[in-house]
Structure formats: C-alpha cells, structure tokens
Write a protein that binds this ligand. Structure first.
Ligand code: GCO
Length: 259
C-alpha cells in the first residue's frame, strides 16, 4: 500500500507565499502557478494598480491572493512588509525572490551608479528579504526560498556585466542560505531561466539577430514561454522538492548544454 499520491506532494494548500516582481513576466507566471497549487500568494511589485488587477484576476478564479506593494530596494519597506505578512498570516512559508532588472551597456561606458542600481535590485534585496523571511521560516521549522537567478548565473554574454555579476552572486547567496538554513528545515534553491519571451526581453525578441541566436542555440529551437516556469516554481516551493537544497535549476531548453 503506498502512502498517498505523489501529486499530493506538489500541493501548496495552507501555504503563504510572497512573490516579488509578481505583476508581470515570470513573476506573474510563478504567482499564478503557486496560487493554482493552493497557496495564498502575496503579490509584490511597485505598481499598486497593476497588483490590484492581478489580485482580482486570481480571486475571480477562486484563488487566494493579496498584495504587498513596495520597492524591494527599500530595505525598511521590505522588512516591514515581511513582518506584516508573517503577522497577518501567522507565518510566511515561501519566498520567491523574483524582482530583478537588467541594464544593457558596454562595460567601458557603464556608470558606477547604474552598476549599483542593478546590485541593489538583483542581489541586496534578495538578501534582505531572505533574511527577514527566514526568521519566520526557521521559527516553524519549514520554509522555501526560491531565487530567480538566470543562465547568466552560469555563463555570460557581452554588454550585461551587472546582470551577469549579480546573477552569479545570487547563485552563491542561494548556496549560502541552503547550507545555513537547511538544518532548520528551510531549503534555498535558484531557478535559472534561459531566454523567455518576457517584457524584460522584448528588445531581444524583436531583434532579428538575437532572436536567431536564441532559436538557433537552443536545442528546443524556441524561446521559453512564461507559463512554462510556473510548474518549476511549484516543485521547488512544495514538499515534492523536500530533499532538493542549494540547487540551480536551469530551465533554458538546453541552451547552455549545447556547444
Ligand atoms: C539579456 C537577457 C537575459 C535574460 C535571460 C537570461 O539581456 O541577455 O535580459 O539577462 O534575462 O533570460 O536569464
């Protein structure tokens, strides 16, 4: 007699999840998937109007959602938001550090201020939110920290040095959290998307040469679709990944595997 169905291990019923950068792109795709898996999703972005629209979309589908509008680079706001979520829900089970930005410019022309902006958004905010969320997770002996890294955590391409540097560093932060929080029941993993057809990448999708590079270099021969990342996030947020910790889960159609 087996113990229940393996599908039950993917359920997020009763879980509370904070997803940053959740109003569009991969963040919105992951938030939808976590909600469909049963979580109460707290949607974060800076745009309150956009968040309200997404919240009502989920609620119209009978899913559980609320919003927490703040700039992830505003430490005080981030700390307060996590405290409010944990106090209101009694816990915070899942953190998806998804908010991020890219600045595309040749390194010789890159201003330090632009470099710093990317570091603040793509790396430091993930540290602050993970530190604050971990306080709740450790207290209950269970948690999931999921960082949206990138294939640029593993490889590099020209003209995006701050993005490559911060995504490599985010892989390191993921591992540091995994080894420190693992003994307390909190896993930390990274999702490393390849090239997905998102708003962030619109300029690349619409660039014939770059589009040819992606479709030519990717064994699946195409860009990723946002909705393809949702199930990956559900896996890492659920009991299904209970023994996965410190992992960089690449979802790139095979691109960085291919010569
Ligand atoms: C770029 C893209 C990448 C993407 C890609 C990797 O300029 O190369 O913006 O940084 O984010 O999907 O994750």
């Amino acid at each position: 007699m087996t113990n229940g169905s393996v599908l039950d291990t993917f359920s997020l019923e009763g879980r509370t999840a904070l997803i940053t950068g959740a109003s569009r792109g991969l963040g919105w795709a992951m938030a939808q998937a976590l909600a469909q898996a049963g979580a109460h999703v707290v949607l974060n972005a800076r745009d309150e109007k956009a968040l309200a629209g997404r919240e009502s979309e989920l609620k119209q589908d009978g899913l559980e959602a609320s919003v927490a509008a703040f700039d992830v680079t505003d430490e005080a706001a981030a700390v307060d938001a996590v405290k409010e979520i944990a106090a209101f829900h009694g816990k915070l089970d899942i953190l998806v550090n998804n908010a991020g930005m890219v600045h595309r410019q040749a390194v010789t022309e890159l201003e330090t201020a632009d470099w710093q902006r990317v570091l603040d958004c793509n790396l430091t905010s993930c540290f602050v939110l993970a530190r604050e969320a971990a306080k709740s997770m450790v207290g209950q002996g269970w948690g999931r920290i999921i960082n949206t890294a990138s294939i640029m955590s593993i490889v590099a391409r020209p003209t995006i040095p701050p993005y490559v540097a911060t995504k490599h560093a985010l892989a390191g932060l993921t591992k540091a959290l995994a080894v420190e929080l693992g003994p307390k029941g909190v896993t930390s993993n990274a999702i490393c998307p390849g090239y997905f057809a998102t708003e962030l990448n619109a300029a690349l999708v619409n660039n014939p040469e770059f589009n040819a590079l992606v479709t030519g270099r990717t064994p699946l021969g195409r860009w990723g679709r946002e909705e393809e990342l949702g199930p990956v996030a559900v896996f890492l947020a659920s009991e299904a990944s209970s023994y996965v910790n410190g992992h960089l889960l690449v979802a790139d159609g095979g691109m960085i595997t291919a010569l």
